[in-house]
Design a protein around this ligand. Sequence first.
Ligand SMILES: Cc1cc2nc3c(=O)[nH]c(=O)nc-3n(C[C@H](O)[C@H](O)[C@H](O)COP(=O)(O)OP(=O)(O)OC[C@H]3O[C@@H](n4cnc5c(N)ncnc54)[C@H](O)[C@@H]3O)c2cc1C
Length: 436
Amino acid sequence: MKLAGWGNFPRMSCRVATLGAADEAQSWLDQPPMIARGLGRSYGDAALQPNLTLLTRRLDHILAFDPVTGLLSCEAGVTLETILDVFLPRGWLPPVSPGTKFVTLGGMVAADVHGKNHHKAGSFGGHVRSLRLMLADGRVVECGPDVEPELFWATIGGMGLTGLILSVSFHLLPVHTAFIRSEVLCAPNLEAAFDAFEASAGWTYTVAWIDCLTGGRNLGRCLLTRGELAEPDELPPGLLPRRKRPKRVPVDLPNWVLNRWSMRAFNTLYYNMAPAKPRPAIMDLDSFFYPLDALLEWNRIYGRNGFTQYQCVLPKPAGREGLRHLLATIQKSGFGSFLAVLKLFGGHAGGCLSFPMEGYTLALDFPVRPPTLALLHELDAIVADHAGRLYLAKDARTTPGMLRKGYPRLVGFQHIRDQWGATGRMQSLLAERLDL
Ligand SMILES: Cc1cc2nc3c(=O)[nH]c(=O)nc-3n(C[C@H](O)[C@H](O)[C@H](O)COP(=O)(O)OP(=O)(O)OC[C@H]3O[C@@H](n4cnc5c(N)ncnc54)[C@H](O)[C@@H]3O)c2cc1C
């Protein structure tokens, strides 16, 4: 089967096996190397292995739920969309959500995903109580923060490289409505954006769209959205959650559609549409958390050659200078991205290879072309100079050296993989590219 990540780069033929039940994986274990795949929403090569890619979508049973504590146990192929469909009407919300609900629990654990509330709630792994993991030799191990903690913290954010996650138990959050009270702040440059983030640190959810094509005194201008879960008395009477029907991008668009002029026009229009003063609004959860899901297959906008997302995090306080340098370099190159996001991370600890660290994270999409790849190489040097790192769930092109610089716990991670027999057996294309 031809497979790719969300960025459609790289795309390749992979032998696949669809797991209909957890124990079916055992019959494939004598054919390494292999890697698990959820919904393929990682952007690059993390869920690709030409020799054998294990599709987990059919491991889709909800196993148990405790309505007193909110502890939910599900097979790893259950999607965030299913959890929202089943539990939100009952007053429960996943504690951390990435920017799409089309992900599996296995993918959320393996990438230790973060949401707009990382500064308050940390990443998804911090809410996981236990995992059932199939090791490369077929043994099934239960692990959690207090049971086999080293294996657990290597699996949280471990990009599928310790074994096949069979099931996940984690806590849901009780909520009183399915709405968010939100407002948008305009920040005319990067300094103002940092100030707006710090001033909004008490809000549960914050995220900024950043215009990376405008330079000079408006370098880094942003629209920062902040939100809180709405209480029933904040809703207008009669408001009910509405299920909107998503639209679809029908074909791969030609490469010329996204160029610096169309992106600049989009950025200027979008920034100028924001109200001058913050105006509170009530939004449904889908519109607030997953605006991109309203357009299915939007990745086809980038055409056949595909695209890559460059997501880095730079620790505070030096990261501010680093971000300025990154944005100035991108702006000068003219290869901007119309989807550019800035978020604040808190200081919560994660797994050995978890991406978040206290600081600012910037994410930008770039079409895959030789000049943009050269630019990303330049950006790598700036990130490394500021003690930052790249998000493996988004990456398709960085180098082993960059990985080593950014992830000081990598040696410990490799040691745990060796100890549990995963090295060389649980192996994605990403792992091969990065010498893992
Ligand atoms: C539009 C969009 C917005 C996004 N926004 C965010 C965001 O805000 N924050 C964020 O953190 N991420 C974000 N992501 C990235 C996404 O959340 C992660 O890549 C996530 O891992 C995808 O889940 P998946 O089920 O599609 O996994 P896949 O892409 O299929 O796999 C991702 C990794 O998980 C491993 N894996 C999957 N299932 C298992 C299993 N059962 N056992 C062991 N390993 C497994 C794979 O081997 C691979 O290494 C976004 C992605 C998209 C497309």
